[in-house]
Each structure stands twice: as C-alpha cells, then as structure tokens.
Design a protein around this ligand. Structure first.
Ligand SMILES: N[C@@H](CCC(=O)N[C@@H](CS)C(=O)NCC(=O)O)C(=O)O
Length: 376
C-alpha cells in the first residue's frame, strides 16, 4: 500500500513546507523505507545524535523566529487574529523582495547552504514549494492593501556512571568560555561523553538511551513505530507545552533575572498556550494509557514533558492549582512518572523546590485575581 502523506500546501503558506519540517515523520520515513539513502539519517549513533540536536534546536530558535514572523505578518491577518506591533514592523519591510534580502543577505553561508540543499533535492524541492511561490505574489499584493489597516495589534534511572557539573544560569555561568566549548548556544543541558559533545535535551535523552546498554528499553523502545510516536510527542512539546509553561514562568517571574521587564501580556498569551497544551495532553496524548502515547511504562517523552510542568511549582500555589487542577489525567500521570523515577525525581528537582520557597516568600497574594500578575 502506498504511503499517504497529509500536508496542507496552501493555507497557511508557511505550512507548504510541512512535510519537510516535521521531524518525527522525517526520521520515521528514513528508517522505515530501505530505499532512503543513508546520508539523510545516518545509522552512526554520533551523527544521529548531532542531527537530533540541531532538529531540536530548530524548534525553539529558527522555527520560532521564521514561523513567528510569517504568522504575525501574514497568517494572523488572514485568520482575522491580532498580531504584534513589534513583528508587524518587520512585516511591512518584508513586503518587498529587497527586504526579504535584508534578513537573509548578510548570511552568505546560509544562502549557499540553502542553494546546495535545493540542488541536492532537485527537482522535488521546487515542486514541493511550487504552491508557496505561487501564493507569494498574491500575499504580497494582499498585504499591500492591508498595510496600515492591520493593527499590529536525567537523569536516567539506569545506573549510568556520570558526573554532574552545575552551570548556574542565574549567575550567567552558561556564558563562560569553558561552557561555550561544550554548548556554543549558551544553554543547559548539555553533555560530554568523552570527546563527543551534545546539547538539546531531547537529543541528549535519545543519545543516552542508545549509547548506554543498561538503559531499560521502555525509555526509548527499539520498535520503529513506538519510537516515531515518541519523536512526535517530543516535537509537539517544543512548540506547545514548553512554549506555554516556560513562557508563563519567564514572563511572570524570571525575566528580571535576565534584566528584562516582566511582561503580563506575554504571560497571558503563554498561559493560553499552556492551557491548550494541557487539554491536548489530557484528551489526546494520555488517552490510551498511563504514560504518553499509550504506553504502560514511561519513556523519555514522559520525563521531558513532566519536567517541563514541574517549573509551574515556581508559581503561587493558587495559580498552579488553578491551571493544573482541571486536568486529572495530567496530574495522575505526573504522579506516576514521579513514582516510576523515585527517588531521583525529587533529588533532581531539589533546587527547584528551594527556589520555589524563596520566590513564594516574595510573592504578593494572588487571591481574587483572575489573571496572573507580575510577581517580582
Ligand atoms: N530546547 C532546549 C532548551 C534549553 C533551555 O531553554 N535551557 C534554559 C534552561 S531550561 C537555559 O539554558 N536558559 C539560559 C539562557 O537561555 O540564558 C533544550 O531542550 O535543551
């Protein structure tokens, strides 16, 4: 039976490349079809881990930047949604080809690499993007008529011998030259396994599961379709649950640590993303089993997503309860994941609970307030 591919090449325009940018599908296709040349997703563990690392990085960086820009400049007005003033400024400039050039122009290597990738995948690349190019003209004309009108408005529980090196991000230790050599993106977590260095938490979890034979198979089952489902939920996590939870905590509590003002508007938007994500977790991802994607035992996806939700401990008890309490399955799944990884779970989150105490002591009472307010 022929493989069916569901993709919307028309609306919104940015999704014309859906088939190229869905990581879980790409990995599945590379593994499931023997005809796929090895270079697309090499069998070598280290090469694979580096590919996972850049794919994960992509979600919160390149994709967030370019999809955010095209959403706020093109898609939001098409969908009748408000977009943001800051990004709209960019959009006005993006209406011309010269301004598209302004963004990409300085990056010669990037431009060359785009050309090389196009050539390596010709003629399919242009075929897949045909609809995008067709809609480009219409969209630019449409945007011109709209301008002015649119108000822009692990630790794994598997006995792996490891050394933990604390990088205190509250003290900006991620910017030290020593750490830059480990992760040039200046973020935690990262690992070094001998000379092999890796960043991005999902890529790290996959690497650890594959590189250490002692890791129980339920964390990252070898079955291709189970793996593909785990990749799928991990990919979903980046742009949904993480965006909501991390955005909420950052904009209500942590921004001042970075020298930025608290942003109640951004916090409100993040909270909406978080609520939508919790609802998807409750009604979709957890619908078939105790753990994610219908599993009876936890996988690396449960670890990653439950840890994401743990940062909500930093909010006031009242806000945390208001946000999480409607999601009974989610709460049970968090408890189940904690129990399945005890005593490591609490040990790993000890720093968080310590920070929680200090932060809560400084919080004003939230009672009676319908929305989260700045708390520092
Ligand atoms: N997508 C990355 C996100 C990494 C990330 O956002 N790390 C935060 C801590 S949770 C960090 O290092 N923040 C410090 C900074 O950005 O300066 C991953 O999953 O590893």
């Amino acid at each position: 039976m022929a493989l069916k591919v569901y993709a919307d090449r028309i609306s919104p325009p940015s999704r014309a490349i859906l088939i190229f940018c869905n990581h879980a599908i790409l990995i599945y296709l590379s593994c499931a079809f023997p005809g796929v040349a090895n270079h697309w997703y090499p069998g070598d563990l280290f090469k694979r881990a580096k590919i996972h690392s850049i794919l994960d990085w992509h979600h919160s960086n390149l994709r967030r930047g370019s999809a955010g820009l095209s959403f706020n400049t093109i898609v939001a007005p098409l969908k009748g949604l408000p977009s943001y003033a800051q990004v709209t400024k960019e959009s006005e400039q993006l209406q011309s080809e010269e301004d598209g050039h302004r963004i990409l122009g300085p990056y010669k290597k990037v431009l060359q690499w785009m050309e090389d990738t196009k050539s390596a995948t010709a003629p399919h690349f242009d075929e897949v993007h045909g609809v995008l190019f067709k809609s480009q003209k219409g969209i630019r004309e449409w945007m011109a008529t709209q301008s002015g009108k649119t108000e822009l408005k692990s630790k794994m529980v598997n006995g792996i011998d490891f050394e933990e090196i604390r990088v205190d991000i509250l003290k900006n230790q991620q910017y030290s030259p020593e750490y830059k050599a480990i992760n040039p993106m200046y973020q935690v977590p990262a690992i070094a396994d001998g000379r092999f260095k890796l960043f991005e938490s999902h890529a790290i979890l996959i690497y650890i599961s594959c590189a250490f034979p002692g890791v129980a198979s339920h964390w990252y089952p070898s079955d291709l379709s189970k793996r593909a489902k785990i990749h799928s939920v991990l990919d979903w996590h980046h742009s949904n649950l993480r965006r909501g939870a991390a955005g909420l905590v950052f904009n209500t509590l942590l921004a001042p640590i970075k020298g930025l003002p608290l942003n109640p508007q951004a916090a409100k938007e993040s909270e909406q993303i978080l609520i939508r994500s919790l609802s998807k977790l409750e009604n979709f991802w957890l619908k078939d089993g105790r753990f994610l994607v219908g599993s009876s035992q936890p996988s690396i996806a449960d670890l990653s997503l439950v840890c994401e939700l743990m940062q909500l401990e930093l909010l006031s008890e009242e806000d945390r309860h208001r946000i999480l309490s409607p999601y009974k399955k989610v709460l049970q799944w968090m408890e189940d994941t904690k129990s399945a990884t005890a005593p490591h779970f609490d040990e790993v989150h000890r720093v968080l609970f310590k920070a929680q105490k200090g932060i809560r002591e400084r919080m004003p009472t939230q009672s009676g307030k319908p929305e989260l307010k700045s708390k520092m």
